[in-house]
Design a protein around this ligand. Structure first.
Ligand code: XMP
Length: 476
């Protein structure tokens, strides 16, 4: 039997090359997520229930990356998360949320809380604008008051076609935050908010769809409700779906890809996870638009411990990227990224993007609350194949636990853990992108593609690895 050598990030370094770059700003991190989607930074937040829901996905898109909403939700909940992202950063919200004037304050409060919004337009049955209720109107109103008695009736509006600058001027002149857009008959056509205008100016690299709304993806499984789920997610506006199972080089995954592509031919589809050239080839032949690579490399994964199976991440990416390149299909390196150096190595070895879990867990935008232990703050971060996560899934996703009807039979391939609370994801992404930009420069490259052409890896010894870490000093 022949043994193939498998290497991962800590086994290698990138050999420094001559660079003509004098400032990090001369580097360009734009890349392809999938066949038809490009993003400005090569980072994707993992479809895990402790990493990506709407808040994370909106922040990722604002920074120029993308988030994939996890599937451990009901179809309605997951599609609702997509809708929230789509509304979070568009300059004009189409179909803004509204309420009728005979409803009560409590209805408006519930409705707004459910959808994470701060105000509602008040419309009649033909969607004609008759008022607006914002936090200010609702704050001290009795919960049983009718909307028509508390709403602001003199609403400042603008006509369809108003420019961004004109909207800004109107919002400023009237010291208001929401500007409904109406047609000549007063029918609501959209809503422009000061928050979205500010976001637009503050985040010039944001990932956007053709309508100027944030890009967002969503994960689906390979059994049970996956086709119905795909349809609902696409209808809600998901830009890309990810067929996500632990062993993606399987008949189940390949069939799911074929079914989805057949039912929704225009759907941009990623699938994984696989770790070999053959796995990449088979998914590409089935019709995927990007391949997600990584088996057992994630920080909370115990697949390799439990099953003995996996491929060290760097080798997996190199092998899959060769196939991806032959077919012009991007590769996503998923799992095991602990530093910007790891991300740089994954990109240099052929990945177009890097999917990240633990580094983004523990942020303000990741789901879950902050816990305090021994005076330090943490958030829960858990593997999607951990026992705790599988319990959540059993109740949310039809069919997903059919193999494990009795939980005693469930063999976990992930662990539940805690990660330090880290503040906002924007700061983490600044560190990550800053590190990768410098990494490009060390490879003498202005772009990720150039880095892939220039990259020369050197295998290092244990002594070389030890030398790479801070050593012989006491860390503060
Ligand atoms: P990091 O290292 O960024 O990895 O935390 C995130 C990736 O880990 C994968 N993942 C799992 N793998 N068992 C596994 O073997 C699990 O329970 C599990 N949960 C997540 C997934 O690919 C994710 O993006």
């Amino acid at each position: 039997m022949e043994f193939k050598e498998g290497l991962t990030f800590d086994d290698v370094l990138l050999v420094p090359k001559y660079s003509d770059i004098t400032s990090r700003s001369q580097t360009d991190l734009s890349t392809r997520l999938s066949r038809n989607i490009s993003i400005s930074i090569p980072f994707v937040s993992a479809n895990m229930d402790t990493v990506t829901e709407s808040s994370m996905a909106s922040a990722m898109a604002r920074a120029g990356g993308i988030g994939i909403i996890h599937r451990f939700l009901t179809i309605k909940e997951q599609s609702g998360e997509i809708l929230k992202v789509k509304r979070s950063g568009s300059v004009m919200i189409e179909n803004p949320y509204s309420i009728s004037s005979d409803k009560h304050v409590q209805d408006a409060l519930d409705y707004a809380k459910d959808r994470d919004i701060s105000g509602l337009l008040v419309v009649d049955s033909s969607f004609k604008l008759i008022g607006i209720v914002t936090e200010r109107d609702l704050l001290f109103a009795s919960k049983t008051d009718k909307i028509q008695d508390v709403m602001t009736k003199d609403v400042v509006t603008a006509k369809l076609g108003v420019t961004l600058d004109e909207s800004k001027e109107i919002l400023h002149k009237h010291r208001i935050e929401k500007l409904p857009i109406v047609d000549d008959s007063g029918i609501v056509k959209g809503l422009i908010t000061s928050k979205d205008i500010t976001n637009n100016a503050d985040f010039p690299n944001a990932s956007k769809d053709k309508k100027g709304r944030p890009l967002v993806g969503a994960a689906v499984g390979v059994k049970g409700d996956f086709l119905e789920r795909s349809e609902s997610l696409l209808n809600a506006g998901a830009d890309v779906l990810v067929v996500d199972i632990a062993h993606g080089h399987s008949e189940n995954a390949i069939n799911a890809v074929r079914y989805i592509k057949k039912a929704f031919p225009n759907c941009e589809l990623i699938a994984g996870n696989i770790a070999t050239a053959r796995g990449a080839q088979d998914l590409i032949s089935a019709g995927v638009d990007a391949v997600k690579v990584g088996v057992g490399s994630g920080s909370i994964c115990i697949t390799r411990v439990i099953t003995g199976s996996g491929v060290p991440q760097l080798t997996a990416v190199i092998d899959c990227a060769k196939v991806g390149q032959e077919h012009d299909i991007p590769i996503i390196s998923d799992g095991g990224t602990r530093t910007s150096g790891d991300a740089t190595k994954a990109l240099a070895s052929g990945a177009s993007t890097v999917m990240i879990g633990s580094m983004l867990g523990g942020t303000d935008e990741s789901p879950g609350t902050v816990l305090t232990k021994n005076g330090k703050r943490f958030k829960v971060y858990r593997g999607m194949a951990s026992l705790a996560a599988s319990l959540g899934r059993k109740s949310k996703e039809a069919g997903s636990m059919s193999l494990y009807d009795d939980l005693n039979d469930y063999v976990a391939e992930g662990v539940e853990a805690m990660v330090p609370y880290k503040g906002t994801v924007t700061d983490i992404l600044k560190q990550l992108t800053g590190g990768v930009r410098s990494g490009l420069s060390y490879c003498g490259a202005h772009t990720i593609l150039q880095m892939q052409e220039n990259a020369e890896f050197i295998k290092i010894s244990r002594a070389g690895f030890a030398e790479s870490q801070p050593h012989d000093v006491s860390l503060m």
